[in-house]
Ligand binder design. Structure first.
Ligand SMILES: Nc1ncnc2c1ncn2[C@@H]1O[C@H](COP(=O)(O)OP(=O)(O)OP(=O)(O)O)[C@@H](O)[C@H]1O
Ligand SMILES: [Mg+2]
Length: 223
């Protein structure tokens, strides 16, 4: 069965001193392998919270999240996060003291895989996202923003997860570089069969995606 992720009436609220914040309210949607979906919406509408729920970084307050038909939030989320999800952040979140390729192979090491094939796979992934061996040896601070985001995408692919989530991946990049990053994410969906979900404020980025959903006040709707 091809991978899919399904949200069924998912809500998430946070208790705060000022009262309960209902960040996500009754979200239902299905995301398929081979498809890239954009999620737009105003600041504070719940986009990052929704992505964190799908990534297994947060548990829903109510409702269910199903990956390949199985409920995600039951039991230990660690294996799900490590093997099923690749996450790309606006600020890249690379470790500054490691080289690019060392950053890329980190998810495999955290998953207990260390063999001699691991660095080779890291280099191959960097090549796939358009970076050469010289760039692979460099630390992130010696790469441009667009190159750092390519490293982050390669890292997200290291454990070959079926699901790739990106929260504002082009937010720190200029228009042309940002669109190149989105093209790369589109290729992951259409060429590699990944299920890709991209949170973005940028209409040009959303326009490249197969489908656009919008969040308003915690509610998820078709654009
Ligand atoms: N851990 C938390 N504790 C309390 N409130 C939270 C928490 N995380 C998010 N919120 C609140 O939930 C709401 C939705 O936040 P979220 O970060 O999901 O919005 P967003 O759509 O990603 O916004 P932006 O476009 O600015 O990134 C906001 O009101 C936020 O303050
Ligand atoms: Mg956000």
């Amino acid at each position: 069965m091809p991978f899919s992720i399904e949200l069924a009436d998912v809500s998430k609220s946070f208790p705060t001193p000022a009262g309960l914040v209902e960040a996500v309210r009754g979200a239902s949607a299905k995301f398929a392998a081979g498809e890239i979906t954009a999620i737009r919406g105003p600041s504070g509408s719940g986009k990052s919270t929704l992505l964190a729920l799908i990534a297994g970084l947060e548990r829903p307050t109510s409702g269910r999240i199903l990956a390949e038909g199985k409920e995600v939030a039951r039991g230990d989320l660690d294996p799900y996060r490590r093997r099923q999800v690749g996450f790309v952040f606006q600020s890249y979140n690379l470790l500054p003291q490691l080289s690019s390729v060392e950053n890329v192979i980190l998810p495999a090491e955290l998953d207990g895989r260390r063999g001699p094939a691991v660095p080779g796979r890291g280099l191959a992934l960097l090549e796939e996202v358009g970076l050469d061996a010289g760039q692979a040896r460099r630390r992130p601070s010696r790469l441009s923003g667009g190159e750092q985001q390519r490293v982050a995408i390669a890292r997200a692919l290291m454990n070959d997860p079926p699901l790739v989530l990106a929260d504002e991946p082009t937010g720190n990049l200029d228009e042309a570089v940002g669109l190149a990053i989105v093209e790369l994410l589109c290729t992951l969906a259409r060429g590699r069969g990944k299920c890709v979900i991209v949170v973005t404020h940028n209409p040009a980025v959303a326009a490249r995606c197969d489908r656009v959903l919008v969040m308003h006040g915690g509610r998820l709707q078709v654009a």
